[in-house]
Design a binder for this molecule. Structure first.
Ligand code: FES
Length: 259
């Protein structure tokens, strides 16, 4: 179920290079990790000013929605200028979220801003008794976002940076591949650049581990209107069908995607 709402800005702070953490007070009907909201990023009613942003966390007791976003254009630059007490207009939660497996051991793989939805999934899975390992990759330590907030939760964090400034030196998928040689997982969940997702899908497929990936980086209007987010998927009979990421996803079983 989705709804239109207004949210009051509680905080909107820079947490990395052009990356902001936005807290909004609003009552949402049961958001799931992997879903997104569609936020109006401008002061006119032009629908093109809306941006799809994945839900970074939601606290129902405080009615507080958290979003993590990067300033990449006019809309997100406007959003970065919002201050506590301002009101924002939103729609959601929208889209298909992650589905946790019956088994207890899960690996989450985040590349860059892919931590945005996986943070929510890590927290919900840990609260539900899952054994959570969160693999986080970035170019350098500056790009490892919000990990301090997971301290105190039952989440094992494994870091990887391209320049070796924190954790494993190299792609996060290389770190995952090493661990998969001796660690067992009942499900793998990933969000990040497409090449990283394709590699996660390959690693999971080789070991027969169910995997889901979030393709949110491909979304534009977020409304099913622009067809700018189409993805090719394998059907049951091996035929190929095309779906909108924003309405059929953004989360898909990894083996269904035509990489
Ligand atoms: Fe426009 Fe999906 S983002 S149709």
């Amino acid at each position: 179920m989705s709804s239109l709402w207004q949210g009051e800005v509680v905080a909107n702070t820079a947490v990395g290079p052009d990356i902001y953490h936005l807290r909004l007070r609003t009552a949402l009907p049961g958001p799931r990790p992997g879903q997104f909201v569609h936020l109006r990023c401008g002061s006119s009613w032009d629908p093109l000013l809306r941006r799809p942003l994945s839900i970074h966390d939601y606290n129902p007791a405080r009615q507080e929605l958290e979003l993590l976003y990067q300033v990449v254009g006019r809309g997100t630059a406007w959003l970065a200028g919002r201050r506590p007490g301002d009101f924002l207009d939103g729609l959601g939660p929208l889209g298909r979220g992650f589905t946790l497996p019956p088994g207890p051991r899960v690996a989450l793989v985040a590349g860059g801003l892919g931590i945005a939805p996986l943070f929510f999934l890590a927290r919900v899975a840990a609260a539900g008794g899952y054994q959570v390992t969160l693999y986080v990759g970035a170019r350098s330590r500056d790009g490892l976002l919000r990990l301090e907030t997971l301290q105190g939760l039952a989440v094992e964090v494994q870091r990887a940076t391209d320049d070796g400034s924190a954790g494993f030196a190299g792609p996060v998928t290389s770190l995952l591949a090493r661990h998969l040689e001796y660690k067992q997982y009942d499900g793998i969940f990933a969000c990040g650049p497409r090449a990283m997702l394709a590699e996660v899908a390959k690693l999971a497929g080789q070991r027969g581990i169910p995997a889901e990936v979030s393709l949110e980086e491909r979304m534009a209007c977020g409304l099913g209107a622009c067809r700018g987010c189409v993805v090719a998927l394998y059907g049951e009979d091996g035929s190929i069908a095309y779906e909108n990421v924003c309405s059929a996803g953004p989360v898909f079983p990894a083996e269904k995607i035509v990489w």
